[in-house]
Design a protein around this ligand. Sequence first.
Ligand SMILES: Cc1cc2nc3c(=O)[nH]c(=O)nc-3n(C[C@H](O)[C@H](O)[C@H](O)COP(=O)(O)OP(=O)(O)OC[C@H]3O[C@@H](n4cnc5c(N)ncnc54)[C@H](O)[C@@H]3O)c2cc1C
Length: 387
Amino acid sequence: MDYGFSKEQEMIRKEMARFCKKELSREYVAWMDENVDFPPGELWEKFREIGIFQAYIPEEYGGEAISVLDSMISYEEICKASMSVALAVGASIGFGARFIGELGSKEQKEKYLPLLGEGKAKMCMALTEPAGGTDILGAISTTAEEKEGRWVINGEKVFITGAHASDYMITICRTQMDAKPSESLSIFLVPSNSEGITITRIPKISCHHCDSVGITFSNVEIPTENLIGTRNGGWYEMLTVLNPERIGCAVMGVGLMAAAYEDAFQYAQQRHAFGGPISRFQILQHYLADMYINLENARNLTYKAAWLCDQGKPYHLEATMAKLVASEGALHAGRFGAEIMGGYGICMEYPMQRYLRDAYQLQFSPISNEMSKNMLMQFQGLPKSWA
Ligand SMILES: Cc1cc2nc3c(=O)[nH]c(=O)nc-3n(C[C@H](O)[C@H](O)[C@H](O)COP(=O)(O)OP(=O)(O)OC[C@H]3O[C@@H](n4cnc5c(N)ncnc54)[C@H](O)[C@@H]3O)c2cc1C
């Protein structure tokens, strides 16, 4: 067993850390958090210049096809600097490149993968509906009907990350009403500027500079060739594509935890009370020790899941555990990081309050921690405890 990064991987990490230090300074991230609902174009351009989007595209479409493990190593640094930016960049790559790369036709791959690789097309994924996200099969009611050589979409989606800034929405709809939901879903590529689309902001406490929005589709017409994958086969196709999303979300928790731990560790040494640094108080050391242990655990699980994925081995168990441990660890780190900083922990002047706010959304997105535990025991052979 070798738990270390290779020289190349260490270089990837260092380069992204250097990039983030320069382009995602604390001041700039705080400014974005208060002023924008998506990373500005000039920042997108800088990510484009370092080839971040290209890195994930298959080589035959002009990309570098780097491994999931390598991508997570560089992604952790972005997550540490700003989870909102990581989400914005990750949604386009994780949803756009994966759905089209895995399920797209040759024509779709030729048309869209180079655009994604050049960072010229932003994509999001619209699955969740107002009636519920955990029980999405029971809730989904957005329909796509084939009429006169077009698909016509009607319905409503909610919490769709980055949809307001996207060029295309990967949208999951029912295409057959008289079959089981799992055998009646199809996936579509919907141009975001299509007539009949209305976007509604959802103000929330977390990830201010990457909004998740509501979308209404009212008789939205798209060409028949915008079906991705097979008609009515979308549910099972989508599940295979979405598995690595849990690894990506786990790494967000790891990045948040690392940032909160480092800030709290440093603060505890600088802040004085009763004639010395507060870092000498055992209870605060215990808070830090718990954060440090959670971070190590979450990182190990996350990188193990990424490694298994690259080896073509089953990784759903590890990815689910990683997301759970990392999201809970991130919330704990924000909570106790703020505790260590006293009143300053909740002041906008310091990023600790942002880590705490951002960590909340990882508890139930993309899958809730309760549902994750249901699944873990189902994977272990216990009876399915839901439905
Ligand atoms: C900020 C944010 C960004 C998001 N981005 C996207 C996106 O880009 N695209 C997209 O499609 N979706 C997105 N989502 C949706 C996300 O996937 C859902 O919020 C998630 O699936 C939970 O669904 P829900 O919020 O409807 O909660 P519900 O499903 O209503 O769950 C409510 C509670 O009931 C619990 N529960 C439900 N069923 C069970 C059960 N069987 N056993 C135990 N407990 C259960 C849940 O764990 C939870 O605690 C996002 C959500 C948020 C908040």
